[in-house]
Design a protein around this ligand. Structure first.
Ligand code: MN
Length: 267
């Protein structure tokens, strides 16, 4: 099994080192990761400046770009082959609910998925790397379990059938003995983010800092928030189609009214 490993915290982050060491005896692992912290960059690509790839003494390659840049250039020429699996993380902090829209950790995995490669994003629910060894251990367990399915996908992709999958995985920050197992979960929701923080620079100009993510709003049973609070590793299969299928008919009516020249907005 060939794994492309990336992250959004940067190639020097403890999370990617731990994951690399956890996976390298069950797969051939190549690292292509951002040079600097690129958290919350989602699937952003760098289009208006050149990207450079350098190799660190430990063999990790790093790029002056985003997580999606790393996976994109790896899959479109840098590697010279298609990996069987793209893995991202382990992120410094949770990526649950709405976080998945902003997350660069998810973005790196999603870039692999967009190219037809199965992908997994791993995050540790608390910042600060406590119990990182536990998260790496659980990540290895999951990847090892999925290896046959990953290899089967590579075989069927070679035959022209593409059904990649994308998993978002959050590991609760607790000792191994306190992890109760794995649980499939839907995404929960967060409250709106905290207020923007303002400061004044030495030249009297106001600076704005994006505030922290909001607390959980929907952490009902069945969500990723609930599963991790209960001590389970949450596994959420993600898809990319953002279409609101339940409201297609409603907006079709508006489109028909507009086409007929009606004014005044939807009934
Ligand atoms: Mn991050």
């Amino acid at each position: 099994m060939k794994i492309l490993l990336s992250n959004d915290d940067g190639y020097q982050a403890p999370g990617i080192e731990a994951l690399y060491h956890a996976l390298r005896d069950i797969a051939e692992v190549e690292v292509v990761a951002p040079e600097h912290n690129n958290s919350a960059k989602s699937n952003a690509l760098t289009l208006h400046s050149p990207l450079y790839v350098h190799t660190a003494p430990n063999g990790f390659r790093y790029v002056n770009g985003t997580p999606a840049d790393c996976v994109h250039i790896a899959l479109t020429g840098l590697l010279g082959y298609t990996p069987d699996l793209v893995v991202s993380g382990i992120n410094n902090g949770a990526n649950m609910g709405d976080d998945t829209i902003y997350s660069g950790t998810v973005g790196a995995a999603m870039e692999g998925y967009l190219f037809g490669v199965p992908a997994i994003a791993f995050s540790l629910t608390d910042k600060g790397w406590a119990h990182l060894d536990v998260a790496a251990h659980k990540a290895r367990e999951l990847v090892n379990y999925l290896a046959p399915s990953v290899m089967a996908h590579t075989q069927s992709a070679a035959a022209g059938h593409h059904e990649p999958w994308l998993l978002n995985v959050n590991v609760p920050c607790r000792p191994l003995a306190d992890i109760r197992g794995f649980k499939v979960a839907r995404l929960g929701r967060r409250h709106a983010a905290e207020r923007v923080i303002t400061q004044v620079n030495p030249r009297g100009e106001t600076m704005y800092w994006i505030g922290a993510a909001g607390p959980a709003k929907d952490d009902a049973e069945g969500t990723d928030f609930h599963a991790t609070q209960q001590g389970y590793v949450s596994i959420t299969p993600l898809q990319i189609d953002l279409t609101d299928h339940s409201r297609l008919a409603y907006w079709a009516q508006s489109a028909a009214h507009l086409s007929a020249g009606l004014v005044g907005g939807p009934a």
